[in-house]
Design a binder for this molecule. Structure first.
Ligand SMILES: Cc1cc2nc3c(=O)[nH]c(=O)nc-3n(C[C@H](O)[C@H](O)[C@H](O)COP(=O)(O)OP(=O)(O)OC[C@H]3O[C@@H](n4cnc5c(N)ncnc54)[C@H](O)[C@@H]3O)c2cc1C
Length: 438
């Protein structure tokens, strides 16, 4: 058992959100902090680090720039350190390759000794005026206990696998989050089917389309959606991902927030225009040849079940507009069925009865990312969360562009002063009548 005195803050998970917090705390505060991640090292969605895919936000949404453009942990400083600044200059593009984002984040991790990997947080206990954080160290096989005034949960998301689609060998049926780990064996199959139509589905379809001339499988893409549709990316539309909109969204009632999420669906779901153009480009070019690779793209189609049949899989499908059922067969299946917030298993036992919930799955969160404890207005040790925020902070909850603004709010709240400047009135749109001059 380890006990190292009182930490000001412990971070659970080291994905981009908490890594940004760790970097910003390191640069401007004297806080005693520690961050834990259960994986052996930082890897950003490694199963989806596909060649030639880009980050879907401009590089300014790195881990620190929105708080401090002069930070030594900025992407531009990473480029400068790696003698790549001129290459990026001539690259002439705002979106860095996804593999480079991973490399940049790993470069930041290396400079932050208080980030500890191989370490799973297996319990958090409220001790009245601080938290006790229990960590299972996978390297030493030991349990460690840490005391912290504040805790920040940044445990990210986990793959969503519908009930009737799971339970098959993962080399045959797997979620896109595992795509690259199985890619080689997937391509040996005579037929591959992708289910779903978000960005991940499109990236996997594109990647397999590029390989199809060398590996002549039949490639199918089935989705329940009305079409293979583009993500809304207009400039004014993107202003919904600014902190000003988060202020507005958070001030609405729970019911109005849920409705707003529905109406802003095109901002959250859909495929980036470049990816769609790349896909069409290959489809068109391949179609010139009479022996064009075998492709099926079918929207309006719900897949309800996957079952093993001999050496292949049978997909029970329903074309919902025509109301027709049919069975589709495939050798390998890739589920692009999305993600859900990853709430650690100990969370409900530790806090379920003590905090305020907006419904059975969604806890109430203050504007500055604190869980709300029942009857405890004078609480001075806080449990912050940057996970499961869509219902409280809007469509940008999982957008890297807002991570730094979130962390500014958390740091300023913990320190009780404006360590980093809060930026507001930053965009052209306004949302609330309260903003109009009388
Ligand atoms: C494939 C993919 C691509 C994306 N691309 C973009 C993009 O281009 N632009 C954008 O704005 N957003 C993107 N997103 C959405 C979002 O920005 C990312 O998911 C981002 O990684 C979220 O960061 P995070 O820190 O919340 O979580 P994660 O990156 O999921 O990290 C959470 C970490 O917590 C650790 N952890 C979990 N539980 C514990 C525990 N009990 N103890 C210790 N550690 C634990 C996990 O090991 C993990 O490392 C993408 C999402 C996916 C899935």
């Amino acid at each position: 058992m380890k006990n190292e005195g009182m930490y000001d803050c412990i971070g659970i998970g080291i994905g981009p959100y908490n890594l940004s917090l760790a970097a910003l705390m390191d640069e401007r505060t004297d806080l005693k902090v520690r961050f834990f991640d259960k994986t052996p090292e930082f890897q950003w969605h490694p199963g989806m680090l596909i060649d030639l895919t880009d980050l879907q936000v401009p590089f300014i949404a790195d881990l620190v720039t929105f708080a401090n453009p002069q930070s030594r942990y900025s992407y531009l400083n990473y480029l400068h350190n790696h003698n790549r600044l001129y290459k990026f200059f001539f690259f002439h593009k705002f979106e860095m390759p996804r593999q480079e984002y991973n490399d940049y984040a790993r470069w930041v991790v290396k400079q932050l000794p208080h980030c500890q990997f191989h370490s799973e947080v297996v319990g958090v206990k409220d001790n009245g005026d601080h938290y006790e954080v229990e960590v299972y160290n996978r390297r030493t096989d030991e349990r460690e206990v840490y005391q912290a005034k504040h805790v920040v949960m940044g445990t990210g998301s986990k793959p969503l696998i519908p009930d009737d689609m799971g339970g098959h060998p993962s080399e045959d049926v797997h979620h896109t989050s595992r795509y690259l780990f199985h890619k080689e064996t997937t391509m040996d199959s005579p037929s591959i089917t992708i289910i779903g139509s978000g960005q991940s589905a499109a990236e996997v379809f594109y990647d397999l389309l590029k390989e199809q001339k060398e590996h002549p499988y039949k490639l199918s893409w089935l989705t329940r959606s009305e079409g293979i549709l583009q993500l809304e990316s207009s400039k004014l539309g993107q202003e919904f991902f600014a902190p000003d909109y988060v202020d507005y969204f958070h001030s609405l009632s729970f019911e109005k927030r849920l409705k707003a999420l529905d109406t802003l669906d095109q901002l959250r779901n859909g495929i980036d225009m470049d990816t769609l153009n790349n896909i069409y480009n290959i489809l068109y070019n391949h179609s010139v040849s009479e022996s064009a690779p075998d492709i099926v793209i079918q929207p309006l189609t719900e897949v309800n079940q996957i079952s093993k049949q001999g050496d292949h899989y049978a997909l029970s499908c329903h074309q919902w507009q025509e109301e027709k059922d049919f069975t589709y067969t495939s050798g390998k299946i890739i589920l692009a069925t999305g993600y859900v917030p990853n709430i650690p298993p100990w969370f409900h036992d530790a806090f379920g009865d003590r905090i305020v919930w907006e419904d059975e799955k969604r806890f109430k969160v203050t504007r500055d990312y604190k869980l709300v404890f029942k009857d405890e207005e004078d609480r001075d040790h806080h449990f912050y969360t940057v996970t499961n925020l869509e219902h409280s902070h809007g469509a940008g909850a999982t957008n890297l562009g807002l991570a730094v603004d979130r962390n500014i709010a958390i740091i300023n709240d913990i320190c009780g002063e404006e360590v980093y400047k809060v930026q507001r009135h930053t965009i052209f749109s306004q949302f609330s009548m309260d903003e109009y001059p009388s």
